[in-house]
Design a binder for this molecule. Sequence first.
Ligand code: GLU
Length: 299
Amino acid sequence: MTLGRFAPSPTGILHLGNLRTALASWLSARKGGGRWILRMEDVDGLRCRRNLGEAQLRDLAALGLESDVPVVWQSEHSQTYREALARLHGAHRIYPCICTRKDLQALASAPHTEDGLRPYPGHCRDRVWEGFDRALRLRLPEGPLTWEDRQLGSQVDDPGSLTGDPLLFRRDGCFAYHLAVVVDDGAQGVTEVVRGADLRFVTATQIRLQEALGLPRPAYAHLGMVMAPDGSRLGKRAGALGLEALGARRITPEECLGWLGWSLGCLERPMPCAAAELVEAFNWSRVPTGEVRVPETWA
Ligand code: GLU
């Protein structure tokens, strides 16, 4: 049985792109008679706010998207992440890293990647274990990894090419996104990960981490992005294109669902509806793979 999930970070409002991802994962789970859960990814205490997460849950509920189990807030799960790190340490898969941001910036020889980041060159790979009060990195195995994506088809990635050995634990005590996502998807029994195409590039690293922890691989679907009418990316800042801003323009949650459902290939044209009315027509083969633009009149 499918167990789908939507896992936003409470760093701002949910814009139409986030809501489309949430709806697609909900429809996919419901279509297969499966269950759907919500998880709040608030491990980064500096960027995340409880009140923003609660507002996100209210917006999802206004669309009829509610978790089948009590919502997990990652900030309350430190112990699980610590245990996963201990397991990885037992399997010799993590090592302490003492490189500072300055050290990493000074490494001129490493190739630049698309977004200007350099992959971590593995300077500390041979450092001896010094305990859990150091930054910790996953030792990635060499070589490419293949995986299937419901939207993008067969994918081949070298997990280390963007980040090198990823950080799993920061010196300031914060657990990294990769660790929390993989541990929770495994612990919650998630079988299908639906998210925006902007997160496609983290997938190979997360699969390597699943393998290191002996966790099963979920199915993946990375959705094309929703863009503003002028082609720019949507933001999560206050006033961005979410339910509240649309409500101020007298666009109802039902109209919003109709547009989202149409953009996911469930309706021939946008028309007001409830989420449950879209379930029958939902089919991954009908979900367009490219970007979608918000209607001019909504922005
Ligand atoms: N928390 C992530 C975000 O809001 C999504 C993580 C995921 O879906 O794997 O960008």
